[in-house]
Design a protein around this ligand. Sequence first.
Ligand code: INI
Length: 154
Amino acid sequence: MQYEGDFSPPAGRFAVVAARFNSFIVDQLTDGALDALARHGVPADAADVVRVPGSFEIPVVAQRLAKSGKYAAVICLGCVIRGDTDHYDHVAGAATSGIMTAAMNSGVPVIFGVLTCDTLEQAVQRAGAKAGNKGFEAAVTAVETANLMAKLPK
Ligand code: INI
């Protein structure tokens, strides 16, 4: 037996956790994620958007949502841009490991759609320009992984 997720319309609800920090980028990621969900057959009223102050706050909220039992997957969206200090490393590292922890603690797919960029230009390219829209890609990953989880033996 082989198991693999697919892109058929998934059952259940989806949550998008979006940081307000660098909102001009994250809003584009959020639009991309909601567009991908809609294009994969998720009704608009089956997608909830939860906004948090910054990427550092994503994991605790994502874990709460994932553990609620109400969502097939949680999609985390943020944008961390390197500055003059090592602040970037702390925020990006905490968001990354916290999002994985939320997935492992809940058993629900918690998808990593946080941009970690050296420059604003890199972020723009990944939020709907030359390098695509990473929010859209994160939501497609959420659909595939949610469908895979539904197929796996209990
Ligand atoms: N939050 C981000 O999402 N991106 C950033 O680039 C960022 N920088 O650079 O500081 C950022 N900081 C805020 C952080 O996520 C928390 O909201 C804050 O530290 C309060 O806990």
